[in-house]
Design a protein around this ligand. Structure first.
Ligand code: SAM
Ligand code: SF4
Length: 354
C-alpha cells in the first residue's frame, strides 16, 4: 500500500484554521474560511532558461520593462498587505535573479513590520555569486529548481546549459548557512522517472529536502495532458522501492502544499506537491502578485485585480487595502483541473510567478 493511504495524509482535508498563530488580527479570510498570510511576489517574467513546462522555446512574450513594478512599489504594496495579515513572502518569477540588485528589495522587505519569513524560488543559475549579499540583506529560505542531475537531460528540459552553475549555487547557500535550502523538481511522466532516485539520493547525501511537483497545466505551449503528469503515488512507489520505504513525516504543516515523507532508514526525506492528484485548495493561504502588478488568488485564476494602476496614480493605502480584501473575498473554492470545466489560464507559469 502506498504511503499516501497509510497516512491518510491529504493536506486538502486539513482545513484552514481561523486563528492566527502570530496573534495578529487578519482581514484576509475568504468566504470559505481560509486565512491568507502568504504572498508570492513575481519580480520579473523574464528568465535565463526556457523550461518546456513553463516557457515557449522561442519568442516568449514579456511585459514591457516600464510595466514591471519597481522595488519601491513592491515594498509599499507589502507594507499594506502586512497590515492586513500577510506574514510570509516568497520572491519568484520568471527568474528572480535576473532582476539586478535583488538584495536591495530583500533588504526593504525584510524590514517591513509583520513580515516573519522571506524566501526565494530560483533556478539557481545566478545564485553562487548572489547568495551572500541576499543572505546579508535578510533572505531566509531558498528553494532551487532542479529537475535532473544529468547535464544532457538538463539541456533537454531547460533548452540551455548550466547544471554545474546550479549545483554551485546550491552549495554556496549551504556554506553560507541558509536556514533552509530545498530543491523543486517537476515530475513529468515518461521523462522524470529516471531522475527521481538520483535526486532523492543527492538530497539524502547533502541534507537537502527535494520536493517533487506534479506537472501542472501552465506551460506556454499548451501541451500539458493529464497523462503527462507523473503522479505522487507513482513517485512514492518508485522511491520506496528503489531507495528506502517512505513514511509520512510526523511534523506535517497542514497549510503547506508539500506533504512530507521520511525514509524509513532515518536518512532524509522528500516532499510531494500533488497539485493535480491531491489538490490542497482547502487549506490554501496564498495570494500572488505578478511582476506587472496584478493580484491573483490562485495560480489557475481566470481573473486578476490590478494594483499597479492605484500604485502609480496616487491611490491611497485604504484603496489598496480594499483591493486586496476584494481579491480575497472573490477567491474560488479551488482549481478545477480535475473537472471538465477546467480552463487553462491565459498566462503561462513564467508570466504568473510560480
Ligand atoms: N525561475 C524560478 C524557478 O524555476 O524556480 C522561479 C519561477 S518558476 C515558475 C517556480 C517553480 O515553478 C519552479 O521551481 C518549478 O518547479 C515550478 N514549475 C514551473 N512550471 C511548472 C509546471 N508546469 N508544473 C509544475 N511546476 C512548475
Ligand atoms: Fe525559468 Fe523557472 Fe520557468 Fe524554468 S520554471 S523557464 S527557470 S521561470
Amino acid at each position: 500500500m502506498n504511503a499516501w493511504f497509510i497516512a491518510g495524509c491529504n493536506p486538502a482535508l486539513n482545513h484552514a484554521q481561523s486563528s492566527n498563530p502570530m496573534g495578529t488580527p487578519t482581514r484576509l479570510v475568504d468566504s470559505f474560511g481560509r486565512r491568507h498570510d502568504n504572498l508570492r511576489i513575481s519580480v520579473t517574467d523574464r528568465c535565463n532558461i526556457r523550461c518546456f513546462f513553463c516557457m515557449p522555446e522561442d519568442d516568449p512574450v514579456f511585459v514591457q520593462k516600464s510595466e514591471i513594478l519597481t522595488f519601491e512599489e513592491i515594498e509599499r504594496f507589502v507594507r499594506v498587505a502586512a497590515r492586513l495579515g500577510i506574514r510570509k513572502l516568497r520572491l519568484t518569477g520568471g527568474e528572480p535573479l535576473v532582476r539586478r540588485d535583488l538584495h536591495v528589495l530583500v533588504r526593504k522587505l525584510a524590514a517591513v513590520p509583520g513580515i516573519s519569513d522571506l524566501a526565494l524560488t530560483t533556478n539557481g543559475l545566478l545564485l553562487a555569486d548572489r547568495a551572500a549579499p541576499l543572505r546579508e540583506a535578510g533572505l531566509g529560505r531558498v528553494t532551487v529548481h532542479l529537475d535532473t542531475l544529468d547535464p544532457a537531460k538538463f539541456r533537454q528540459i531547460t533548452r540551455r546549459d548550466g547544471l554545474e552553475r546550479v549545483l554551485e549555487g546550491i552549495f554556496a547557500c549551504r556554506r553560507l548557512g541558509y536556514p533552509s535550502v530545498k530543491l523543486n523538481a517537476v515530475a513529468v511522466r515518461g521523462l522524470s522517472e529516471d531522475d527521481l532516485v538520483p535526486l532523492a539520493r543527492f538530497g539524502r547525501e547533502h541534507g537537502i529536502e527535494v520536493r517533487f511537483i506534479e506537472y501542472m497545466p501552465l506551460d506556454a505551449d499548451g501541451k500539458w495532458r493529464r497523462d503527462s503528469v507523473l503522479l505522487a503515488a507513482d513517485i512514492l512507489d518508485i522511491l520506496s522501492r528503489e531507495v528506502a520505504p517512505l513514511i509520512p513525516a510526523l511534523d506535517q504543516d497542514a497549510r503547506a502544499p508539500a506533504a512530507r515523507f521520511v525514509f524509513s532508514d532515518g536518512v532524509g526525506g522528500v516532499g510531494i506537491i500533488a497539485s493535480v492528484s491531491r489538490p490542497f485548495c482547502g487549506s490554501c493561504n496564498r495570494l500572488r502578485l505578478t511582476a506587472d502588478g496584478k493580484l491573483r488568488y490562485c495560480l489557475f485564476a481566470l481573473e486578476e485585480t490590478d494594483v499597479k494602476g492605484p500604485l502609480r496614480s496616487g491611490g491611497t493605502d485604504e484603496e489598496l487595502e480594499r483591493l486586496i480584501e476584494g481579491c480575497v473575498g472573490a477567491k474560488w473554492e479551488g482549481h478545477e483541473i480535475n473537472t471538465a470545466r477546467f480552463v487553462q489560464p491565459p498566462r503561462p507559469m513564467y508570466a504568473i510567478g510560480g
